[in-house]
Design a protein around this ligand. Structure first.
Ligand code: PXG
Length: 292
C-alpha cells in the first residue's frame, strides 16, 4: 500500500508523485530539506524545523512557493492523509525544473514535496550498549565553501564519510574540520560530558544547528550540567566521561568507543541516560497536534 505524498500543492498517491529529470534538485543537488518526527499524534518542534527550512532556503536564494505557516499546515495535512501518529516526515524543496545548465534563474518555480512515513527506529541495543564510531579521512565541508548550517540536498560530503565508516564496520562516522577540530557525525551532532560540563562544537565552526542539539543544550540545567559551545579536539573526546550523539532519528545515543579508545565506562553514562529520559518526556508531552 503506497503513501500519499503532498507535491506542489496536490496530495497524490506515491505512484503519481513524480519529479522531472530536469529538476535541479536531482541534476545538481540544488535544494534544501528537513527531517521531522511525530510522536503519538504530536509533531515535535514543528515550527523550529520549518524555520530552519526557510533559513536554509534564504541562504541559497531559493524562494519557497508557500509561506512557512502554510508549510506547517501542509505537513499536518500529509500526516492526517496517511493516518500517521508516529512518523518520520521529510520535507524537500528543490530549485525546480530547469535546463541542463547550472543557472538557477532558468528554473521558473521551486518544486516542493512532503513525505510522511513510518519511522525506522534504531535497534534497542544502540541505546543499551552505546555505539562505536571512528574518525574518517573525509573532512566536513568548509564554512566558506558550503556551510554545513545549510541543510542542503548536497549530502555527498556526509555520504562519503558514512561509506568510510560503514567500510570500517561502524554505523556512524566522526567528521573533523581542516584543522582537526571535532565537528559532527554524518547525520548527528556530537556532545561530550566532562565533570559538570556539557560541551558541543559551536555552529560557526561548520556544523548543522541540530534541533535535537538545541533541545539537549536546553535540558543541561535541569540535569545539573553547564552547557558550553566550545571547539575541541579528539583528545578531549577520548578523555571525556561520556560522549553521545543527537539527531531527530537517533534522539540521544551514547558513544562507547571512538577510534579504538573506550569512552568512560564503555557503557551509556548516567548523564546521557538522564538527558535521554528528559528528552523522551518532552516528546511525550510537547508538540503540534496532528488532529485539532
Ligand atoms: N548533523 C547533520 C549533518 C545532520 O544531517 C543532524 C546533525 C541532527 O540534526 P537534528 O535537527 O535532526 O537534530 C543532522 C540531521 C538519517 C538522516 O536518515 C539524518 C539527518 C539528516 C538526514 C537523514 O539518519 N540528520
Amino acid at each position: 500500500m503506497g503513501l500519499l505524498i503532498y507535491l506542489d500543492g496536490k496530495m497524490l498517491p506515491e505512484s503519481e508523485a513524480k519529479v522531472s529529470v530536469f529538476d535541479h534538485g536531482l541534476l545538481y543537488g540544488d535544494g534544501v530539506f528537513e527531517g521531522i518526527r511525530a510522536y503519538h499524534g504530536l509533531v515535535f518542534k514543528l515550527d523550529e524545523h520549518v524555520r530552519r527550512l526557510y533559513r536554509s532556503a534564504a541562504t541559497i536564494l531559493l524562494k519557497i512557493p508557500i509561506p512557512p505557516e502554510e508549510m506547517a499546515l501542509r505537513i499536518l495535512e500529509t500526516l492526517r492523509a496517511n493516518n500517521l501518529r508516529d512518523a518520520y516526515i521529510r520535507v524537500v524543496v528543490t530549485r525546480g525544473k530547469g535546463d541542463l545548465g547550472l543557472d538557477p534563474n532558468k528554473c521558473a518555480r521551486a518544486t516542493y514535496f512532503i513525505i510522511a512515513s513510518r519511522i525506522q527506529l534504531y535497534p534497542p541495543e544502540f541505546y543499551e550498549k552505546g555505539i562505536e564510531i571512528i574518525t574518517v579521512p573525509t573532512r566536513r565541508n568548509g564554512v566558506e565553501a558550503l556551510n554545513p548550517a545549510i541543510k542542503s540536498l548536497n549530502y555527498l560530503n556526509n555520504i562519503l564519510a558514512k561509506i568510510e565508516g560503514l567500510n570500517a564496520g561502524v554505523h556512524e562516522a566522526l567528521m573533523l574540520n581542516q584543522e582537526g577540530l571535532v565537528l559532527e557525525c554524518t547525520g548527528d551532532n556530537i556532545f561530550l560530558v566532562r565533570g559538570r560540563d556539557l560541551v558541543t562544537p559551536p555552529i560557526y565552526l561548520g556544523v548543522l544547528d541540530g534541533i535535537t542539539r538545541q533541545v539537549v543544550l536546553g535540558l543541561a540545567d535541569a540535569a545539573g550540567l553547564q552547557p558550553r559551545e566550545t571547539p575541541f579536539t579528539r583528545h578531549e573526546l577520548f578523555n571525556a566521561d561520556e560522549v553521545f550523539m543527537t539527531g531527530t532519528a537517533a534522539e540521544i545515543v551514547a558513544v562507547s568507543k571512538i577510534d579504538g579508545r573506550v569512552i568512560g565506562s564503555g557503557r551509556p553514562g548516567p548523564m546521557t541516560q538522564k538527558l535521554l529520559d528528559r528528552f523522551r518526556e518532552l516528546t511525550r508531552k510537547e508538540g503540534t497536534p496532528i488532529h485539532e
